[in-house]
Write a protein that binds this ligand. Structure first.
Ligand SMILES: N[C@@H](CCC(=O)N[C@@H](CS)C(=O)NCC(=O)O)C(=O)O
Length: 202
């Protein structure tokens, strides 16, 4: 059985919970109390020297980084509808979209989210937040073009990308970002997926 080092408030951990349950893979959760800085102390720091959750343990093998964990599990198991197609260009396009999800949405989104949630307004880095908002706006315009003629981002099926985006699009209201109509419907569709809604409920 897999073990997942995780924290219930961590969006990156939630990605892996969604994936494991979507794929029906048995696992146990080991909670790391970030608020008590357990992630910065032994034994966790020996498991991931960067002190971040999630980390997957597969027997003796430890792996950090949410999208790397999902990719590892997807490559290890042979599922009927694999997230990675056999076609090299389709795989490359998925990799491109994964990269853009991280750098053009999740990263700038976190800048806004963490400021609004944890930092008093007088200490906000407003220029950085404005720049992040601009980047997300451009990213959404690009997603909007895809979603005008597709229900999902890659090969028109719920998949890897939706799992990566899910915990972050759940926070979209707090980020106060203008969301174009097709993206808005996609957000609703993704958050309504039974496993997604169950894991993101709390
Ligand atoms: N790129 C990493 C990011 C992981 C991450 O930032 N985890 C946060 C929780 S959401 C964490 O453990 N933060 C603790 C810290 O940085 O001290 C991934 O995709 O897994």
């Amino acid at each position: 059985m897999y073990q997942l080092y995780s924290n219930s408030r961590s969006p990156y951990s939630k990605r892996v919970h969604i994936y494991l349950q979507y794929r029906n893979l048995p696992y146990e959760t080991i909670t790391i109390a970030l608020e008590k800085l357990e992630n910065r102390k032994k034994p966790f720091i020996q498991i991931n020297p960067y002190g971040k959750v999630p980390v997957l343990v597969d027997d003796e093998f430890c792996l950090a980084e949410s999208q790397t964990i999902i990719r590892y599990l997807e490559e290890k198991h042979s599922f009927e509808r694999h997230f990675f197609s056999k076609d090299i260009q389709s795989r490359a396009l998925l990799n491109q979209a994964i990269q853009r999800c991280e750098s053009e949405f999740c990263f700038p989104g976190s800048v806004i989210y963490f400021a609004k949630k944890f930092v008093p307004e007088e200490k906000w880095d407003k220029n950085r937040m404005k720049d992040s908002l601009k980047r997300i706006g451009r990213h959404f315009d690009i997603l909007e073009e895809i979603l005008e003629s597709n229900d999902y981002l890659h090969e028109n099926q719920f998949g890897f990308l939706e799992i990566l985006y899910a915990p972050f699009i759940k926070q979209i209201e707090l980020m106060e970002i203008k969301v174009p109509p097709f993206v808005e419907n996609w957000v609703k569709r993704v958050l309504k997926e039974p496993i997604v809604s169950q894991i993101l409920a709390d």
